[in-house]
Design a protein around this ligand. Structure first.
Ligand code: PMP
Ligand code: GLU
Length: 392
């Protein structure tokens, strides 16, 4: 097909660099190359057995047909209870839409609201798909630049300074991908103050990594801490990361009626409904015991500590300690001359040495790369040895 046939919306969008690098690593592996892939963010743990059992039982019970567009009532109820229990956001089943992964919820929220010329403020480094979704909708991405020396947090005054009459959304992602930074309650209070002065600004709060936090301070959700703003906040969650269910494709959004209704209208025409047996599995995930999470968190914390000390021991590399999620965002500025200042070349160089990572520029950053530490300690240790050798 000719490029000229593509819509201008599609031409504004680029493919996700995380999935592109992961596909590339899989391809090289299938050709027999020994590649450690730290490029994709997905837990390496097995999906809990009771979740698998629920998916099988749903298939055996004939749950193979269309479901209500916004998801089964059982899952919407379970998701509403999850919002209240895990994020402190009071909501009912009718306030929730179930989507094909958190990714689709984000896409629908933006596609349902962003007009050409609208501005969306996104803290950078950002998760790769936010700017692509905004651009697809015709909006303008306004980066709110954060730095490693501030642990990738921002001053609410810097957010305030970027607001214009065209600002539609602020995107928040805490703990964040790719930095792992978690926003404190005090920081959210500052953001809330700015929002109160700017009633036209909506907030897309992507809390998908909330259960994976390793600090003493618990996760803090904007809509929970500032319920007076909840009618302007869309909170995204899901089971991909918390329950190792990336392939099930189940995510959720809760927010004001008008937005959940608009997203449901989009879903009715885009995909009909989320996958029926996956929805049954997600009910089991949310209503079953969450006890395994303590063990997962502990394992991730150990891996994080291993990776952070290994990275900081390599000359030319540095990273702050991520608070949550399973990513390390690594600065390689002192080494960039060797790669002509192009961190895409740095990522390719590491791939040549058997480790797949994603260049910082894919996340709106520069001079570095992201690794996912959702891999065993042996694998991570081996990867760090390869990275050290490649950069020596
Ligand atoms: N938000 C962030 C920040 C992510 O890293 C991901 C992972 N791809 C998602 C949303 C979407 O996750 P999923 O669609 O697998 O639920
Ligand atoms: N969130 C994961 C990542 O950043 C999965 C891939 C994707 O959807 O981008 O690697």
């Amino acid at each position: 097909m000719s490029q000229a046939s593509l819509s201008s919306a599609l031409r504004r969008m680029e493919a996700s660099p995380t999935t592109a690098m992961t596909d590339r690593a899989s391809q090289l592996r299938s050709e027999g190359r020994d590649i450690i892939s730290l490029s994709v963010g997905e837990p390496d743990f097995d999906t809990p057995p009771h979740v698998i059992a629920a998916a099988k039982a749903a298939l055996d019970a004939g749950e193979t047909r269309y479901t209500p567009v916004a998801g089964t009532l059982a899952l919407r109820k379970a998701a509403a209870a999850h919002y209240e229990r895990d994020l402190g956001i009071a909501c009912a089943a009718k306030d929730v839409i179930v989507t094909a992964g958190g990714k689709q919820a984000l896409f629908f929220a933006l596609a349902a609201t962003v007009n050409p010329g609208d501005e969306v403020i996104v803290p950078s480094p950002w998760w790769v798909s936010y700017p692509q979704m905004v651009r697809y909708a015709g909006g303008r991405v306004v980066p709110l630049i954060t730095h490693a020396h501030d642990n990738f947090c921002f001053d609410p005054g810097d957010f305030s300074a970027l607001i214009t009459p065209s600002t539609k959304w602020l995107v928040l992602n805490s703990p964040g991908n790719p930095t792992g930074a978690a926003f404190s309650a005090q920081m959210l209070d500052g953001i809330a103050e700015v929002l109160r002065r700017n009633p036209h600004v909506l907030v897309l709060s992507d809390d998908i990594y909330a259960p994976l936090i390793y600090t003493d301070a618990p996760h803090c959700s904007l809509a929970a801490r500032h319920p007076d703003l909840a009618s302007r906040i869309c909170t995204i969650s899901g089971v991909s990361k918390s329950h190792a269910m990336t392939g099930f494709r189940i995510g959720f959004a809760t927010g004001p009626d008008w937005l959940i209704g608009a997203m449901t209208k989009l879903q009715s025409n885009a995909c009909g409904n989320p996958v029926a047996p996956s929805q049954a599995a997600a009910v089991a995930a949310l209503t079953g015991s969450q006890d395994f999470l303590g063990q997962w968190r502990e394992t991730f914390r150990r891996r994080r500590d291993l990776v952070v000390s290994a990275v900081n021991a390599i000359e030319g590399l540095s990273t702050p300690v991520p608070d949550g999620a399973f990513y390390c965002f690594i600065d390689a500025s002192p080494l960039m001359d060797r790669f002509g200042g192009d961190d895409g070349k740095l990522a390719l160089h590491l791939l040549e040495h058997g480790v797949a990572v994603v260049a910082a520029s894919g996340f709106g950053g520069k001079n570095g790369f992201r690794i996912s530490f959702a891999a065993s300690e042996e694998t991570l240790t081996q990867a760090m040895v390869r990275i050290a050798k490649a950069l020596s």
